[in-house]
Design a binder for this molecule. Structure first.
Ligand code: UDP
Ligand code: MG
Length: 324
């Protein structure tokens, strides 16, 4: 494979049979107009409709440019992207949803931003999305983006969850999208050391066929939990003892001081012959007890964390930019 490709388009999909052919035709039109060398990788995430048959047909028609990966069952958008990223070969990798909501017309400009402006990652920012999306989706989305901006420190992104994104090939080969982390790919990229992250306003249309696969409030809760995990892994993943050990030691010390206060007072009362309440009647006793137990537990948690991270396969996986 010596003729290298300019662009790989990775499309995760789950039951999107009607959209696939029109989407591919639209992509082909844009690519041909701009004379890009490209490939399109459809990742079928356990569709139960005829999506895979459509993809096989498209591959037969365009064996050079259209490829498909078919999961045995539905794993989720992130695993689908992960496998698409593994297969991608183009210098620039573009992801887009299969539902025709993202416009392939944005591809040339996204490509230009990566290649000429030197961005590592450019995320789409969905404009005119009022049609179609219910309030139960837009309000959580706003809150979600505001929190993600703060926690990740990527201040210039308005729309983390946009399916339309462009990456330098190196970026997708160095990040691991798992669980439901597709919402936080810019954060994953930043953690892997790719910090030139940009945004481009993109056209967004209402869904024409099928329905949205992400509805309801539970995606909101899960989204926050994922964000907390990422923040924690980013901050303390390599040194769990630094957080647990610190808080644990602090609590233990407070408990220990409380023990001295309680015990000292008792001894002083005894020696001075003053009637003294039982130790268990003093609030400090309970503070001491809880603090010392919790402190020890946290310390042990930190220690276990260290042992786990020492044994993890990732422990010496650092992202090296170049060598010579
Ligand atoms: N998708 C997927 N696996 C899933 C859920 C969704 O591959 O488990 C795909 C889906 O087919 C679509 C894209 O991810 O191509 C975005 O999903 P959707 O359009 O439902 O999300 P929304 O635009 O409503 O946020
Ligand atoms: Mg969609």
């Amino acid at each position: 494979m010596n003729d290298s490709k300019d662009i790989s388009v990775v499309i995760p999909l789950w039951n999107e049979e009607e959209s696939l052919r029109p989407l591919l035709e639209w992509i082909q039109r844009v690519m041909d107009e701009n004379k890009f060398k490209y490939e399109v990788i459809f990742v079928n995430d356990g569709s139960t409709d005829s999506s895979w048959q459509v993809i096989e047909k498209l591959h037969e028609e365009y064996p050079e440019t259209v490829h498909g990966i078919c999961f045995r069952r539905n794993y989720g958008k992130s695993p689908a992207l992960y496998c698409g990223f593994e297969a991608a070969q183009g210098n620039v990798v573009i992801t887009m949803d299969a539902d025709l909501q993202d416009s392939p017309d944005e591809i040339p400009e996204l490509y230009r931003m990566i290649v000429e402006d030197g961005y590592d990652l450019v995320s789409g920012y969905k404009q005119n999305r009022k049609q179609g999306d219910p309030l139960s989706k837009t309000i959580p989305t706003k809150l979600f983006n505001a929190t993600a901006r703060r926690v990740s420190g990527i201040k210039n992104l308005h729309d983390f969850n946009c399916g339309l994104k462009a990456y330098r090939l190196e970026v997708v080969k160095n990040i691991e999208v798992y669980g439901e982390m597709h919402r936080y790919i810019p954060y994953l990229a930043k953690n892997a050391g790719f910090s030139k992250i940009g945004e481009k306003p993109v056209h967004h249309q209402a869904r024409q066929f099928g329905k949205s696969k992400f509805m309801g409030w539970n995606r909101f809760v899960n989204g926050y939990l994922d964000l907390i995990s990422l923040w924690f892994i980013d901050s303390f993943g390599l040194k769990p003892m630094h957080i647990f050990g610190f808080i644990g030691t602090l609590m233990f010390m407070v408990g220990f001081l409380a023990v001295i206060a309680v015990g000292g007072r008792k001894l002083w009362c005894l020696s001075a012959g003053i009637p003294c309440p039982l130790v268990t009647d003093m609030p400090y006793f309970y503070i001491a007890l809880t603090m010392m137990i919790l402190g020890t537990q946290l310390f042990v948690a930190g220690f276990l964390g260290e042992l786990v991270s020492r044994n993890s396969q990732e422990r010496n996986k650092y992202h090296i930019r170049t060598k010579c």
